[in-house]
Design a protein around this ligand. Structure first.
Ligand SMILES: Nc1ncnc2c1ncn2[C@@H]1O[C@H](COP(=O)(O)OP(=O)(O)O)[C@@H](O)[C@H]1O
Ligand SMILES: [Mg+2]
Length: 245
């Protein structure tokens, strides 16, 4: 049996009166890809952010890599070191070169050896076809290039777990494929990931498991192939029909 990296048990989260996550339960095996699908406002970003300690929660618990995290938990720092996250907006520092953007966390936060990190960053830039860009500034890059840099920046911190929240949503269509290829490459290397995406062909290709959310609840949980070929709930069927792919 595959080893489990994450277990979410009865997780609930409110923003004031609004219940954004309602009794969420699922597990993530090491090396697997979980795709979160659901309409806008269903709680996908909230769930991803809660898993990384960027949002508090009121009930339930998260078990990550053997560490039990309840609603009172405070010691997120060492956990966040193991979790990489890439959002829709890339937020590179405009005054730093590509390489310096990537080096910042490993050197300042992880206190690692510069030569070692430069080597790793250079190798990773090569894998995303951006080796020639290490001395350029973010403003000289396209959105797709910036997003690939943001992924390299996260990977250079050696995460055990990657969270992707609609990383291609703000890109021009011709930039999308290159970014998705990088994520597919990570899946082939057995990186454990949760991916939120509206790119349905990509989701179908990459998902070991699909969690379909609506109004803060998991409405359907299936294997990737089952969800796309034979969705069980009417809501999932309607959602897939509306996605037109
Ligand atoms: N910071 C916030 N404060 C209050 N409500 C929020 C906040 N962030 C999200 N919400 C609400 O929580 C629900 C889930 O939002 P979100 O997780 O962003 O959904 P999704 O990512 O699936 O589009 C929505 O009703 C949204 O309006
Ligand atoms: Mg969202």
């Amino acid at each position: 049996m595959a080893e489990q990296l994450l277990a979410v048990n009865h997780l609930s989260k409110n923003y004031g009166e609004k219940q954004a996550l309602k009794d969420i339960n699922f597990t993530v095996d090491k090396g697997s890809v979980t795709v979160l699908l659901g309409p806008s406002g269903s709680g996908k970003s909230t769930l991803i952010r809660t898993l990384n300690g960027l949002e508090d929660f009121q009930a339930g618990q998260i078990e990550f890599d053997g560490q039990v995290i309840d609603s009172k938990f405070k010691a997120w720092l060492p956990i966040r070191q193991k979790i990489g996250m890439v959002f829709q907006s890339y937020e590179l520092f405009p005054n730093l070169t590509v390489l310096d953007n990537i080096l910042l966390g490993p050197l300042k936060v992880q206190k690692r050896n510069r030569d070692e990190v430069v080597k790793q960053a250079t190798d990773l830039l090569e894998t995303v076809d951006l080796a020639d860009y290490k001395d350029t500034y973010p403003r000289q890059l396209s959105g797709g290039q910036k997003q690939r840099i943001a992924i390299v920046r996260a990977l250079t911190l050696n995460p055990e777990f990657m969270l992707f929240d609609e990383v291609t949503a703000s890109l021009d269509p011709e930039m999308v494929r290159g970014v998705l290829e990088v994520i597919l490459g990570l899946a082939k290397q057995d990186m454990t990931m949760i991916v939120v995406t509206h790119e349905m062909n990509f989701a179908k290709q990459i998902a070991d498991k699909v969690l379909f959310l609506e109004n803060g609840s998991i409405v359907e949980e299936s294997s990737g192939s089952q969800f796309f070929d034979n969705p069980q709930t009417d809501r999932a069927k309607e959602f897939l029909e509306s996605m037109d792919f």
